[in-house]
Design a protein around this ligand. Structure first.
Ligand SMILES: *Cc1c(COP(=O)(O)O)cnc(C)c1O
Length: 406
């Protein structure tokens, strides 16, 4: 009997296969799985009308207390938050600029990035009208040398066209952050930190703000366990407020519009039209879902969850060692030492790792493993999106697929 027959559900009714996801909180597989409490909160939110600006102002209070930032809003994902962060740094409170975006010819529009931080989410910066100027070398990435970005290189790139700096946080890049922030702040310019996937550890909710970031963004649909189409933008209240007004539906009457304090009406010389972020609207359900998930993420016992993940991976490893020739290695979540914050099980497969993945994807149910190091014959099992009841199916599929390879 197939899994879909055993548990008919909304996907089965649509004729869409459920998948076993051991690849992590990938957006193309639907991101995180939400806890029943989050679903319940979203269902409650769906049943009543509410003023979205007021709801975002309430979100701001929750996010401020979770991050230590002055303010925060729920966005429709971290990529959307990056576009809105850029839009805020470009337009500030200037309605004319808000109306012009993404046309930034008449304003400072250069966004600095370290060459080694460039990645495929850059499009989110360009979508707002930011022109990326990349600086420094990628010596560490190419292993051509040991040096990273240096202050003089940033200073040499800053001129009257500079609007902001985007810093992509990873456990490896983060040592450069204090220097970048000090250098930008000395010139009165803001630093946006893309920390979309830098949770856990939970302490990172506060880390980047404490380090002095003007804006930081997190994905809601990754480790936080919120709705897939949610994210967080936190930071300085003037920039967060500008992002909010550029994201809200602005079909308002000038006579009756009464935005929350987060939107500084005195700084606005007029009432903005729908802004660059109107297409990134966030529903009441996503806002409430994200806030509920965030609260649970903050209160969760991180160590207990890590132990639970580790035990499950150990059981999977034990079954694989008796049933197959796959070699396993547990990568413990030893945090800062290794940059691993969620335990992973590495599988070293004999023969062609991509071929094994292909057979797993063609199986019933389809199984997804982490493929980043498939070229080296290594696949990974990430427990974050693996339902405990799927562990046994996963090992059965893996053993079957590895035997059909032999
Ligand atoms: C996942 C990710 C994003 C996008 O996050 P979404 O919430 O899916 O929009 C942006 N930047 C980085 C570095 C990411 O890992």
């Amino acid at each position: 009997m197939t899994t879909t027959e055993a548990s008919p559900d909304v996907y089965a009714r649509l004729g869409v296969q459920r998948r076993i996801n051991a690849a992590g909180t990938l957006t193309r597989l639907g991101g995180s799985l939400m806890e029943p409490e989050v679903l319940q909160a979203m269902a409650e939110a769906a049943g009543a009308s509410v003023d979205i600006a007021q709801l975002q102002a309430a979100a701001s209070r929750v996010i401020a207390s979770a991050t230590g930032a002055q303010a925060g809003i729920v966005t429709s994902g971290a990529a959307a938050a990056l576009t809105m962060a850029t839009a805020a740094c470009l337009a500030r409170w200037d309605v004319t600029r808000m109306a012009a975006l993404p046309d930034t010819r008449a304003m400072p529009n250069q966004v600095l990035m370290a060459r080694s931080h460039r990645n495929s989410y850059d499009h989110a910066v360009r979508a707002a009208g930011g022109r990326i100027v990349d600086i420094g070398h990628n010596d560490r990435g190419t292993e051509a040398g040991i040096r990273g970005l240096e202050a003089w290189e940033i200073n040499a790139a800053i001129d009257e066209h500079t609007a902001a700096f985007v810093f992509v946080a990873t456990p490896r890049s983060v040592d450069d952050l204090p220097m970048v922030i000090a250098t930008l702040h000395a010139q009165g310019l803001p630093v946006i930190v893309d920390a979309a996937a830098q949770l856990p550890p939970r302490s990172n909710l506060r880390f980047f703000i404490e380090a002095g970031a003007d804006l930081v963004l997190f994905s809601g649909g990754k480790a936080i366990g919120g709705p897939q189409a949610s994210g967080i933008l936190a930071g300085r209240s003037d920039l967060v407020g500008s992002a909010l007004v550029q994201m809200m539906d602005m079909d308002v009457s000038p006579q009756t519009w009464s935005p929350p304090d987060l939107i500084d009406r005195t700084a606005l010389k007029g009432i903005p039209h729908h802004g660059i972020g109107r297409g990134f609207k966030v529903g009441k359900e996503e806002i409430v879902g994200l806030l509920t998930a965030l609260q649970r993420f903050i209160e969760r016992n991180e160590d207990a969850l890590t132990t639970q993940f580790t035990h499950r991976l150990q059981r999977i490893a034990a079954v694989l060692s008796t049933g197959s020739l796959i070699k396993t290695r547990l990568l413990g979540a030893d945090g800062a030492a290794s940059g691993v914050f969620v335990p992973l099980l590495e599988l070293t497969v004999g023969g062609n790792a991509q071929g094994l993945c292909r057979r797993l994807l063609d199986g019933d149910p389809p199984v997804h493993l982490g493929e980043r190091r498939a070229d080296a014959g290594i696949l990974t099992i990430n427990p974050q999106t693996l339902r405990p009841e799927d562990d046994a199916v996963l090992t059965r599929c893996l053993i079957d697929a590895s035997r059909s390879q032999a």
